[in-house]
Structure formats: structure tokens, C-alpha cells
Design a protein around this ligand. Structure first.
Ligand code: ADP
Length: 398
């Protein structure tokens, strides 16, 4: 029994029903912007290729389906389809084909029916895989372009940050929305990729998306950090002190930062035994201080460990030290590290690191706002200790 004849004979009707189903499916949103003709566009080729394969023996190669599906995938990428939408589109095709073949299938022997079902499934699965492949290529090209745009914007923003601080705050706000969507979109793309290992692409392609993400995140951080600084300088940064459990807060920061340390095989050692149980402080700002200091400690340390210690200094004060065994800071640089945009690059492997030169500038401003002080003690090649001393009771601002 040759089911391909039915497919060919009824191909117009199948196509119409398929396009209609794709068009009607609420979960395929990409079609909202497209005309009927645009949705139908490369579908006839895919269907014809499927029929051709079905009409030949089981061993026939799937090249025609492969080619048609690659072309279809490219088109769908251009049309802005999401991978899940493409998969849905093929699921609908499977459904439509079976509903058209039902009558013929009922007349065939069990063996013939099984063979036909298996063949149709194999061919459609192959079509989905190929379609995904070319979709991925299309998307990757788009991401590559985005990446080079981001790099330019990054350079431009850095120049502006240095040259003109007044218009910066406005500009940064303007840039934040597109950036957030770029990052969200790339993130989504990567997640879908990981979840569907059968469509996993080559390592270098994944790498290029990771690069876009890294650049996007760095740019976003630069903007956010710059906004923080300008907010502080404009006197607009306010503290919201509440009763805060110190060991709990420290542990939550450590949990957050731990994967960074693990990635560099650095151990994180926490000693809170002599820390005050509770203080009155702004917990979010304190978290920000600790996160910045700990991520610096990890960023500038290649071997050894990072220690965090906390203790009560007096009846009015308590302290936290973050001690690393990293590259250290020269005496000259120690005088400048709290200035915005200062970066001391002495070690080649750190040159490509993801710093902005704003982390410590923010930390020192926050510490000042909290009526505290920050000290650094460091030796080149040996490591650094940053100590923050804070009041046990933050003064509530009027
Ligand atoms: P960045 O984003 O460059 O890390 P920061 O303001 O946080 O910006 O730090 C400014 C500079 O201080 C860094 O570029 C680095 O040279 C130096 N620095 C900060 N923390 C450390 C550390 N723990 N060890 C060595 N150098 C550090």
C-alpha cells in the first residue's frame, strides 16, 4: 500500500488545513504578524519532500526532507518564530497528515500501517531536527550582530561616562530596557538549547551566545553601577535601617557568591563566631558591600582561599574583614582604588576580567553613608584584606 500517493493527491487540502491550523494556533504567536501566504511559503516543499520519501523504500535517504526542512527553518528564523513554535507547527502537520490518511490506513494490513506510521514519524522527527538546526544558525548570526553592536555601545558608553556625567544618567536609563531584553532573550535561547540536547549545537556556537551574554551583563552592570554613583553624588541615596541578623545575612551572601569561588577552585571560609547576633542596618546595602568585596576577592585571586571574619569591636561598633590570597594591590594603587573608574591591571590573566572600576567606589560611598569606615591592607603578590567597620545601630536619617 502506497500512502505517498494519497499524500500527493491530497497535498493541497493537507496544506490548506495545516496552514489554517498553524494560523489558528494561539500558541504560535509569530504568525500574528504574517500573511497567509507568508505562513504557507515553504510548507509545500516540506510536504512534497515528505511524500517523496514515503513513496520510496525505508532505506531511502532523507536528503530531500533535510534540504526542504533546512530551507523552512531559515525562513522561520527570519520570520521570528520561536523554537517551540516550530516544534508545534510540525506537531500539527503530523496530526493533519494522520487525519487525511486515516481512511487508507484502516484498509491496510497491521504491518503496512505500522511501517507507514513509523516512517512518517521518522521523517517528521528528522524534519524538526533539521529545521531547528537552520533556525539555530539564523539566530546565532543575529546574536553575533547584536554582540558587535553591544561592544560598540559599551565603548561609547564608557567614553561618555568619563566625558560627560550630566547626560549619563538619562542615557543609562534609555539603554537599560533594550539591554535587559537582549540579556533575557539570549538567556532564554541558551536555556532552550540546554533543555533539548538533541538539538545541541556546536560548542563554538554556544560560546558565541555566552559571549553576548557576558558583554550584555557587563554593560548592564556598568550602567547600574554608574547610576548608583550618580544617585549617591546627587544625595538621593537613602538608607532603610532595620534590625538585621548578621550571621543569616552573611550566610545568604556566601550562598550567592559560592558558585563563583567554586568555579575557580577557591575555598570560602567564614568565621562569624564573634560577630554580633543582630545590628540595626540597611540589609540590602550591607549585602551589596559584602557582595562587591567578596566578588573582588574572588576575581583577583587565582589560588588559595578567601576568608570572611566578623566580630564585635566595641559597644558601638562591629567589623567584617574579607581576606584573600590574591594578586595584592600596590601602595600607589591603594590610594586610588576607591575612586570611580580606577582599575589597576598588573596581571595579564586579569586584563580580560569583567571589572568596571566602580565596585569599590560604590562600597566606599555606602560605608560612608552608614557612618562607617573602610580600610585596606595589602601586599603585592601576597593578598589583600578589606575591613569595614560599622556602627551597631545605624542612625536613622531624617
Ligand atoms: P573592578 O570592577 O575593576 O574590580 P573595583 O572598584 O571593585 O573595580 O576595584 C578597583 C580596582 O582595585 C580593581 O581594578 C583592582 O585593580 C583593585 N582591587 C580591588 N579589589 C582587589 C582585591 N581583592 N585584590 C586585588 N586588587 C583589587
Amino acid at each position: 500500500m502506497d500512502f505517498s500517493q494519497t499524500l500527493i493527491a491530497k497535498s493541497d487540502a493537507i496544506l490548506d488545513q495545516w496552514v489554517e491550523a498553524v494560523y489558528q494556533d494561539q500558541q504560535i504567536e509569530a504568525t500574528n504578524e504574517l500573511t497567509f501566504k507568508a505562513v504557507r511559503d515553504s510548507l509545500p516543499r516540506v510536504l512534497k519532500a515528505l511524500a517523496t520519501v514515503l513513496s520510496e523504500s525505508e532505506t531511502s535517504d532523507l536528503q530531500t526532507v533535510v534540504d526542504a526542512s533546512l530551507e523552512h527553518g531559515t525562513l522561520r528564523a527570519e520570520q521570528g518564530f520561536e523554537p517551540a513554535e516550530i516544534a508545534r507547527e510540525y506537531r500539527l502537520l503530523r496530526f493533519v497528515i494522520f487525519s487525511f490518511l486515516e481512511e487508507d490506513l484502516l484498509q491496510g494490513s497491521a504491518q503496512e500501517v505500522l511501517r507507514a506510521v513509523r516512517l512518517i514519524d521518522t521523517v517528521i522527527d528528522e524534519a524538526i531536527a533539521r529545521c531547528f538546526n537552520s533556525y539555530t544558525q539564523g539566530r546565532l548570526q543575529e546574536l553575533e550582530q547584536l554582540q558587535s553592536q553591544l561592544r560598540l555601545t559599551n565603548q561609547e558608553l564608557t567614553r561618555l561616562v568619563r566625558a560627560n556625567k550630566d547626560t549619563l544618567s538619562h542615557l543609562a536609563h534609555e539603554l537599560k530596557t533594550p539591554l535587559t531584553s537582549i540579556i533575557g532573550y539570549s538567556d532564554l535561547f541558551l536555556r532552550q538549547h540546554r533543555e533539548q540536547p538533541e538539538f545541541k549545537d556546536t560548542y563554538s556556537n554556544i560560546e558565541s551566545i555566552e559571549r553576548v551574554l557576558r558583554n550584555g551583563r557587563l554593560l548592564l552592570r556598568l550602567i547600574n553601577d554608574t547610576l548608583e554613583i550618580s544617585r549617591y553624588d546627587a544625595g538621593a541615596m537613602k538608607l532603610h535601617p532595620t534590625l538585621t541578623n548578621v550571621p543569616e545575612l552573611i550566610n545568604s551572601v556566601i550562598e550567592m557568591i559560592e558558585p563563583l569561588a567554586r568555579a575557580k577552585e577557591l575555598s570560602l571560609v567564614v568565621d562569624c563566631d564573634r560577630a554580633p547576633e543582630q545590628v540595626t542596618t540597611d540589609p540590602l546595602r550591607l549585602q551589596q558591600i559584602l557582595t562587591n568585596l567578596l566578588s573582588n576577592a574572588i576575581r583577583y585571586t587565582e589560588f588559595g582561599s578567601i576568608h570572611l571574619q566578623s566580630w564585635t569591636v566595641s559597644q558601638q561598633q562591629w567589623a567584617i574583614s574579607i581576606i584573600d590570597s590574591g594578586i595584592g594591590i600596590s601602595l600607589d594603587a591603594q590610594a586610588q582604588i576607591f575612586n570611580a573608574y580606577f582599575r589597576e591591571i598588573t596581571v595579564p590573566q586579569v586584563q580580560s576580567s569583567d571589572g568596571t572600576g566602580l565596585g569599590l567606589a560604590i562600597v566606599s560611598r555606602l560605608v560612608q553613608l552608614m557612618d562607617g569606615e573602610i580600610k585596606v591592607d595589602s601586599q603585592l603578590g601576597k593578598g589583600s584584606t578589606f575591613t569595614v567597620i560599622l556602627p551597631l545601630e545605624a542612625i536613622v536619617q531624617g
